[in-house]
Design a protein around this ligand. Structure first.
Ligand code: ZN
Length: 278
């Protein structure tokens, strides 16, 4: 699944590789997919609007990748389990895709959704109404994500509801762009169990978690994303997650205790039962 680090990497690559390319044609809907989020335009309208437009800069907004389509439109990609690929020859085009852009210089961009994902076109003016973008969200990779900003998130917690650390990070209030994938190593680094009530964290633990978020994400970006994910050139990242499905039963790198797995809040959670006590 594309999360913030991969969205950052792919957005950078799109800006570098595709900026200035003229779109000869755009095809959506050749392999209809129930969870390919398309927005308000029909596939026919999409084809009409996108023809003749030019690719601009791209940026990550959480796990969403926003690509300027000049003039006045934005193509929204990412956010799910899709593969977003650049092709220099048509032999590498996938048989099934939910988006195919043909550029004037005979190169291509394809998006193949698995699970769910964005292939949405919107007008620039409509961007504030994007359903998968939070208003005023602060990227944990940005300078604006200060310790003060992070500490203020704790003030938004409901008084009468028990909120776990996992829920705090991936849901409400949420750290923008982090999903169940990146979460695992963040909590491992901070030595916090995913079920720990967030309010039970001491001041020192809260700060440790803040630094774990910043450092883990920065390292993932530095290494071109996680090794389980692919970039625009179909290459995997080089960040090896410590906690993932194959880590179950393996010794913790800190203490040697076998790694455990539980199902929690709609996804697997991996942890060291000694370092991350519930
Ligand atoms: Zn351990």
């Amino acid at each position: 699944m594309i999360e913030l680090p991969e969205a950052v990497i792919i957005a950078r690559q799109i800006s570098k590789e595709l900026k200035g390319k003229k779109i000869v044609s755009g095809v959506r809907g050749s392999s209809p997919h129930k969870f390919a989020f398309t927005g308000k335009h029909t596939d026919e309208e999409f084809a009409t609007i996108i023809k003749g437009k030019t690719v601009g800069l791209a940026r990550a907004d959480g796990s969403v990748i926003l690509v300027d389509v000049e003039p006045s439109y934005v193509l929204s990609l990412g956010c799910g389990g899709e593969r977003i690929l650049y092709h220099t020859k048509n032999e590498t085009l996938p048989k099934k895709h939910q988006l195919l852009l043909n550029f004037q210089d005979h190169t291509y961009l394809t998006v193949t959704v698995s699970g769910w994902g964005e292939v949405r076109l919107l007008e620039q003016l409509d961007l504030p109404n994007h359903p998968h973008i939070k208003k005023n969200a602060v990227s944990p990779l940005s300078d604006a994500f200060t310790l003060t900003h992070y500490k203020n998130l704790f003030k938004t917690l409901p008084n009468n509801k028990r909120v776990s650390t996992k829920y705090f990070i991936i849901s409400q209030p949420g750290i923008w762009g982090i999903g169940n994938g990146c979460l695992q190593d963040i909590l491992y680094r901070a030595k916090i169990h995913p079920k720990r009530p967030i309010t039970s964290l001491s001041d020192a633990e809260r700060e440790t978690l803040y630094h774990a978020i910043k450092q883990t994400l920065a390292e993932m970006v530095k290494r071109g994303g996680r090794s389980s994910e692919r970039d625009l050139y179909n290459k995997t990242g080089s960040y090896q997650q410590f906690l993932h499905s194959k880590a179950v039963g393996r010794p913790c790198s800190e203490c040697g205790t076998p790694i455990k797995k539980i199902q929690y809040l709609g996804g697997a959670a991996y942890f060291c039962p000694s370092c991350q006590v519930e």
